[in-house]
Structure formats: C-alpha cells, structure tokens
Design a protein around this ligand. Structure first.
Ligand SMILES: Nc1ncnc2c1ncn2[C@@H]1O[C@H](COP(=O)(O)OP(=O)(O)OP(=O)(O)O)[C@@H](O)[C@H]1O
Length: 627
C-alpha cells in the first residue's frame, strides 16, 4: 500500500440532535459508495448541552461540568459518508468526532477564551482539516491516523457529467448593465487596453463555446480589464465588488493560454506538474472554483483537479494522478499533496490567490509563504501571480507585494472594499436578548425565500439552527465543526431550497455563489468591516438585487459604527441617525475618512485603526476557537 493510501477508516460522526431533526436529510444524503451512519450522538447530545446556556446561546459557565451535559458526550456512531473501502467498518469509539459527541470537541469550552484541549484534539481552524493533537501513537496505524491526524475517509459523491448540470447557471439580474457605469482604475505601468467583448479576447473555439453555454454574453468590468492584463503576462492585484465575476476573470485567460499552448493532461506520471495552482480559503469555495474551471475546460485536454480538507486524501491523489493541469486547493491540503511528492511546481505558470486578502492575513500567510517556498516552485519572476478579492486592507496590500513582481498592476473596479450597491442594507438596533425572537419574526415573514443567517460562533450556529428547526423553520447550518459530508449536504439542501434558511459562521462569508439568495441576516455583526462586505455579498450577485439586515447591538458593535456608516454611504444606502450618534456622538463626522484609497503604492488613506486594520483575522478566529 502506498503511503497515501487510506487504511481502515475509523473516523466516526456524531449527529447533532437538530441535524437528526432534519430527518430525511440523512436519507437523501445516501451515497452509492457508502452508507451514512446511524450516529449515536453519545451522552450529552445537543439538547442537554445547552442546559447552561442562556436563550441567546451564551455560556452560563457551568454547562460543561455536568455529567452528560455539554458537548462532552462520548460519541459512538457508525461512520458516515462514503469511504475508500465502500463502507466504514465497525463502530468507532468516537474519539475524534468533531461535532458534539466527540471527546475532542467543546470539552472545555465553557468560558470564552478557555480553549479546550480534548483528549483527542479537535478542529485546527482556518477552515481546514481536523487533526489530532497528541494523537496516540499507533505504529500499525489501526486507529486510523495519518501523520498524527485522524484519517479522513469521506469521498464526496461523483459529480454529474452531463452538460446540462455542468453548465447550469442562474440568470444575470436587472442591474447587470449598470456594471458598465462603475469607475475603473488601473494603476501601474503600461496597462494593456481593456476588451469590450469576449470576441476581442481572441479565445479559442472550445473556450468560446463553453462561455456561450455558460450564458455569458458580455464581460463584466473586472473581466474586461482583468483578462487582457493576465493575457499580457502581467501580475495583478484585482479588487471588484462581490458577485461581479472575478472567478471567470482569472480562469478564462489562464485556460486560454493553456489551450493555446496545447497543454494536455497525462496520467502517465507519478508526479503531476500543474501549470496553474489556485488557492482559496474554504473547502466550499475552492470546490466552486473547481466546478467553474471544469465547466470552462469542458471538452478540452486541460484537466482541473480539486483538493481540500475533510475528504479522503487517497481519493484526491488518485484523481491528481489521472492528470492535473489546474490544481485548485485549500492551503493545508495543497501543501500536504505537495509534501507527499505527488505535485511538482516546476512547470507552474500561474499562482492564483482568490480572496487574496484572506489568504495573506495572519491565519494563512505562513501557508502561503510555505507554498511559494515549495521545492521546485517557480520564483515570482518566473510565474504569474494573480490576486483577487472584493476587499484589500492596505497592510495586506503591502504584504502581497512580496508575492508579486514589482510591476504588478492594481485593478480597482468601483470603491475598493466597498459593498455591492445591489444589496439593500438595513440595520436594526437590538439588545442581545431580543435577537432570537426578531430573527424568528423576520423568517416567518420571508417565508421560503432563501436566507443566510450569519452568527459569530460555531456553537451559536448550532444553537440558532436548532431553535429555528424547533420553530418549524426549515433550517440547516454550516460551520467548521461540521463534518465535510454534513457541510456539503447543508449547502446542497440550501441550494435546492429544501432548507431555505442557512445559519452560517464566517466559513460561508466569502465567495459562495448560491442562486436566489434574497436575504442575508447578520444575527451577530462581525468584528471586521471587510467581513461584513463579504457576508452581505452572498446576495445581490451578478446584477440581481438582494437585501441585508444586520442586528446592531450597541453594547457589542460600537467599534464597527464608523465603518458601517462609510460602507453604507458609499453604497448610497440610508444611514440611520442613531448609528451616526453612536459613531460620532456630539463630535460630528468632520474629518472622518476611511479607505478611499485604491492602490497602496499611491499612498492610501485607509483608516489607520479599528475594524479595518484587523484583517480577516477576527473572522478567522471563529474557526480557530478551539483545538
Ligand atoms: N460575464 C458574465 N455574464 C453573466 N454572468 C456572469 C458573468 N461573469 C460572471 N457571471 C456570473 O456571476 C456570478 C458571480 O460571479 P463570481 O462568483 O465569479 O463573483 P465574484 O466576483 O468572485 O464574487 P465574490 O467576491 O463573492 O467571490 C456567477 O454565477 C457567475 O457565473
């Protein structure tokens, strides 16, 4: 057996009680490769776990001391998801369950800040793999560990191969044409002129056909400017509002070049050397980017592959070995497959950082530095580095320059870091104790309209999702402690409308492109204004309109007030007078100026402190809360 082959899977899954209340979800998630578990959640499942939690999900402080309460339950459950072997053998003891039944879970999490170090580890954070801290040494590897981490055996269902599914897309909205009115600024020397149509991009026939099948008629501004910049061989840092087509802006010129070069995937090598690597911060986002790449490369010899945590590594490596030209990955798994010698970087022409500001913040920066220092990696002079995001704090821009050639171009479409104008933003002043009922009122009025509800913590996500299910609101949830199978099922249920309410942590804030999301509710506002911009950008995409409602608790959200005002006014939204009062008191807003800058090389006027200057670290913390 090769070192990357999966052995006997032993990872088990406990189902939360609200998940059980989702009922048919488990049936529908059945896969032809394996059976989903009859997870016995262990003592102290979800219901009892909140005995010490107040009605808003805050800790009462003593819940984790009770026998059988809290998240301590020692879970037993049959494995879930499909496995390399087709079915997980036997019952595991649940040592590494990540949800609620597991020993390594929220074991010591009673107090804020008291990070639990359970016997078996827990969630590593940064939207990445689970791994075990202090995992027992097991020379024969009977316990299902892999390099000290619990072995992941989940294999997602095979993707549909029919054209209709591959090219499924939603319609652009009434405001799509208004994209043309946005101000565009390209800074840096000798930028190439923009294209006005896809024809002007001189794309090869297969790519043109795929663009037509995707329903794209004309490029969005970030595509008009971004495609020729990338095709001219330049490095780019591109900033354009959420939902305005950044993914195709980098995929199309990359695929065009690879097709023009006659690149073809080959399964004859044990070491695959992709021409492009794309990184993104979350599993769901990188999967989505992969699907886009697969769609545009359809019917050609260019083969995209995706790797991300929570899925069997062996399965992904087998896929890589079938040939890999464009490797899409989350950082941890990407470094893993490179470290295992399955991926070489010597042919790399393109390195793409989607959500670049997040990829370079404190959470991911070390991984990015490790990636560019990988053996054989092309130096920045010998590759093209492409960075895309809707937000770029100035400090991150400066840091990004380490990865880019000095003559990179900075492309700004609209206000850098600005919110999408197609999203109607409202704020509602609340106390923390009234949030839950307010949310229920709102969801009862919106009916079956698709709504994403963002909360501050994973525990809060479970708590609110459970509460809404109990109130007969068809709800599911996504956060970093859910098994990958559960996360994918939750998104599938939300996309299909079977569960029109998705309660999410910041893990779902960036990049996700889900059709018909009409509302975003910030049940808890994030600490960071950029995070707010990304969250509300899950609606109002591709010229469609959307609505975002944020609960503003003056006791908790005061530091965000000025930044909210700036975001609201720049997106031409009404600013409530109480918010101005909260932000400026009697001192007025004179001299108040935040992040009007574009390219940091010009010397920007970003706000020097506060919510802006803490890059997405605060957002990341949600997923790093316990190990
Ligand atoms: N030229 C186009 N014509 C029609 N639809 C388009 C075009 N370009 C992109 N789209 C569609 O617009 C939607 C949003 O695109 P995409 O996800 O790339 O946005 P984004 O700018 O990356 O957003 P985010 O900042 O949230 O990551 C997608 O469904 C995509 O297929």
């Amino acid at each position: 057996m090769e070192d990357w082959e999966e052995g006997t899977g032993s990872k088990t899954t406990a189902l939360t009680s609200y998940y059980e209340s989702e009922g048919p979800q488990r049936d529908s998630s059945n896969s032809d490769r394996g059976k989903y578990g009859r997870g016995r959640g262990g003592r102290g499942g979800f219901k009892s776990s909140f005995s010490g939690v107040d009605e808003n999900g805050n800790d009462g402080g003593n819940w984790n001391n009770k026998e059988g309460s809290g998240f301590r339950g020692r879970g037993r459950g049959r494995g879930s998801g499909s496995t390399d072997q087709g079915e997980l053998p036997g019952e595991g003891d649940g040592s590494f369950e990540t949800a609620f039944g597991g020993r390594g879970g929220f074991r010591q999490g009673g107090e804020q800040g008291s990070r639990g170090r359970g016997a078996g580890g827990g969630y590593r954070g940064r939207d990445e793999d689970c791994y075990a801290q202090g995992a027992p040494k097991d020379p024969e590897n009977k316990g299902g560990f892999d390099q000290g981490r619990p072995r992941v055996t989940y294999i997602p269902d095979a993707l549909p191969e029919d054209e209709e599914s591959i090219f499924a897309h939603y319609e652009k909205g009434v405001n799509f044409e208004k994209y043309d009115d946005m101000l565009v600024d390209v800074s840096g020397s000798n930028p190439p002129p923009p294209i006005m149509t896809f024809d002007e991009a001189a794309l090869c026939e297969s790519l043109k056909k795929n663009i037509i099948k995707t329903g794209y008629v004309k490029p969005t501004p970030v595509q008009k400017y971004g495609i020729p910049i990338i095709s001219a061989g330049r490095d780019i840092m591109a900033c354009a509002q959420t939902g305005s087509g950044k993914t195709a802006a980098f995929l199309l010129p990359i695929l065009q070049q690879l097709m023009a070069d006659g690149v073809a995937a080959s399964s004859f090598s044990e070491l695959q050397e992709p021409e492009a690597i794309i990184v993104a911060p979350t599993r769901e986002l990188i999967s989505q980017i992969y699907l886009e790449a697969r769609k545009f490369a359809f019917g050609t010899c260019v083969r995209p592959v995706v790797v991300y945590g929570g899925v069997s590594t062996g399965h992904q490596i087998r896929d890589i070995l079938r040939g890999c030209n464009v490797l899409c990955g989350t950082p941890g798994r990407l470094l893993d497959v490179i470290g295992r010698g399955k991926i070489g970087c010597s042919k790399l022409q393109y390195l793409v950082l989607d959500e670049a500001d997040r990829m370079l913040d404190m959470g991911f920066e070390p991984d990015m530095r490790r990636l560019v220092a990988s053996p054989g990696m092309q130096s920045k002079e010998n590759r093209q580095t492409l960075m895309f995001s809707a937000t770029y704090p100035e400090d991150i821009q400066r840091l990004a320059a380490d990865f880019l050639k000095t003559d990179y171009l900075f492309l700004a479409v609209g206000v850098v870091g600005g919110a999408c104008r197609d999203v109607e933003q409202k704020l509602l002043q609340v106390t923390k104790f009234s949030k839950r009922e307010k949310l229920l009122d709102i969801l009862q009025t919106t009916g079956t309209e698709r709504t994403m509800v963002f909360v501050g913590t994973k525990r809060q996500a479970d708590f609110i999702a459970t509460y809404l299910c109990q109130q007969n609101v068809q709800t599911t949830s996504i956060h970093g402690d859910r098994e990958q199978r559960e996360r994918e099922q939750a998104l599938a249920d939300f996309r299909s409308g079977r569960r029109p309410v998705l309660v999410a942590t910041s893990v779902a804030a960036r990049g996700l492109d889900i059709p018909d999301v009409q509302h975003v509710v910030n049940f808890d506002l994030p600490d960071n204004i950029d995070e707010y911009v990304h969250r509300i950008g899950r609606t109002g995409r591709c010229g469609n309109t959307g609505r975002a409602l944020s609960f503003y608790d003056p006791d908790a959200d005061g530091q965000l007030a000025r930044f909210l005002i700036s975001i609201l006014s720049k997106a031409q939204q009404e600013v409530p007078s109480w918010l101005e009062e909260s932000a400026f008191g009697d001192s007025g807003s004179e001299g108040f100026n935040t992040f009007t800058s574009t390219d940091s090389r010009k010397g920007g006027s970003f706000a020097a402190s506060g919510a802006r200057s803490q890059p997405a670290f605060a957002a990341a913390e949600e997923d790093e809360v316990w190990e």
